[in-house]
Design a protein around this ligand. Structure first.
Ligand code: CTP
Length: 441
């Protein structure tokens, strides 16, 4: 882990060429603008751990906003500034670069400029959550790649400790309690004993209650977006924090084992090449709420900023999950596309996956694959075709196309000729019942 001297070689070796070039550009600009520029936080932590992380957070000793604006011009990107905080975001292609101004109050000592510059960065890093996130790499040309480690972050990375930088860290920002647990579980680290004591104190003082539900939910989503969130959630319950997140849900072995079954299921679906655009955090959330009662789900949905569609999916899964699951077992015996459509119609992908957790992956894959195929079925005829039959666009159009789709699912029609024949048959039937003056089907 311990780098020999500069991290330049490690950066060049590990970063995609475009990102490496970006750091060169930042470096040149730092010279031109005569300010200290550092890449800080998670990027540095993960570089030392050899984990991919392409999120660039820069700290500028000087005017961060001016720096970000010039960087955007140089890259041909866009910049969004937050004057009040001295921060900016540069967006360049797919890449997002956060730029912050190191604290200014240390400019009170201009006489000792180099030291002051160093302590500016130091002060900026000292405000941060954990020693492992308070590392920086200098990007200025003569010091390019130099690791700056004021608080023994590298030692904690080596020993696997999550350690705060000051006693009141959790009281000042209680989201850090959840962040500590998230990093601990992600890297297989341990919250360092004294830090754990500070966390327990903050929990006992009910500091989590001070957080808005929006912030709490944002942290919950981050935890549920980890590769395997169950151990972090278990730790949250052990530390007595779950009651602040979702008091409606009693943590049981069953909930835990269902959560633990999600990563292998998602991995199996991925390996099977399903290419699903599922958001894992939603799958986990749905697994969590699956056995809650209607009122509890409403309480969760009102407390947190959830979209209507997701709330609806939670209710559907909780109310109909068991029945649909049973029907799916029968369906597997004699799969029929149109029956699958009636079972899963209106289900979002994440709810379908949450429903299938616990089944052998091969079964779950068979169901999702069939469901994908069902959803992809479209009639071969389209609106233009229908117009050539003299039909005018209107709600009936959609009805005919939907009926054609159902006929295809049921295997009644196989090609365009079949579909033409069916539409003509329907039109003839309609014509015989046609009211005077009406031209719609
Ligand atoms: N940070 C902090 N306190 C917080 C949130 C963030 O001190 N409550 C600091 C940390 O130094 C962190 C940096 O801001 O490294 C960037 O925050 P974020 O992007 O949330 O975290 P990362 O460390 O990049 O973690 P992840 O890998 O989960 O993105």
């Amino acid at each position: 882990l311990r780098p020999e001297g500069s991290l330049r070689a490690q950066l060049e070796e590990r970063l995609p060429p475009a990102l490496w070039q970006l750091l060169q550009d930042v470096s040149e600009l730092a010279e031109r603008m005569n300010c200290g520029v550092y890449v800080v936080g998670g990027f540095v932590r993960d570089l030392l751990l050899k984990v991919n992380n392409l999120d660039i957070d820069l700290v500028v000793e000087g005017d961060g906003i001016a720096f970000a604006t010039a960087l955007a011009v140089q890259l041909g990107g866009r910049v969004k500034t937050h004057e009040k905080f001295g921060t900016a975001v540069v967006v360049w292609g797919q890449q997002k670069i956060d730029v912050a101004t190191a604290r200014r109050e240390f400019y009170q000592y201009p006489a000792a400029l180099p030291q002051v510059e160093a302590s500016n960065l130091r002060q900026d890093l000292y405000r941060r959550d954990f020693t492992i996130n308070a590392l920086a790499i200098c990007l200025n040309q003569r010091r390019f790649g130099e690791l700056i480690d004021f608080f023994c972050g590298q030692r904690d990375l080596e020993q696997g400790f999550i350690r705060v930088l000051y006693n009141l860290s959790f009281v000042e920002d209680p989201t850090r309690i959840l962040r500590a647990i998230r990093f601990e579980q992600r890297y297989g680290f341990q919250i360092e004993p004294e830090t754990l004591l500070f966390a327990r104190e903050a929990i006992a003082r009910q500091m989590i209650k001070e957080l808005s539900y929006d912030r709490l939910f944002a942290e919950l989503v981050l935890i549920l977006s980890e590769a395997n969130p169950a151990p972090a959630l278990r730790r949250i319950t052990e530390l007595g924090i779950w009651q602040y997140l979702m008091p409606e849900l009693v943590w049981t072995e069953r909930v835990e084992s269902e959560l633990l079954a999600v990563p292998p299921l998602l991995a199996a679906m991925d390996t099977a090449g399903l290419g699903l655009p599922a958001r894992p955090w939603m799958v986990y959330l749905l697994v969590l709420t699956r056995r809650l009662r209607r009122e509890s789900i409403e309480a969760v949905g009102t407390r947190y900023p959830l979209r209507q569609r997701l709330r609806q999916a939670m209710q559907t899964l909780a109310e109909m999950g068991d029945a649909v699951d049973e029907c799916l077992s029968q369906w597997l015996e004699a799969p029929s596309p149109s029956q699958l459509e009636s079972l899963l119609s209106g289900w979002i992908l994440e709810a379908t996956i949450a429903l299938l957790v616990g089944r052998p992956p091969a079964e779950a894959i068979a169901i999702v694959r069939a469901w994908q195929q069902v959803q992809a079925v479209r009639p071969l005829l389209n609106g233009q075709d229908l117009q050539t039959l003299g039909l005018r666009p209107g709600p009936e159009f959609a009805r005919i196309l939907q009926q054609l789709r159902k006929a295809r699912l049921d295997g009644q029609v196989h090609d365009r000729d079949d579909e033409w024949a069916l539409v003509k048959q329907w039109l003839a039937e309609q014509a015989s019942k046609k009211k005077p003056g009406g031209t719609h089907v």
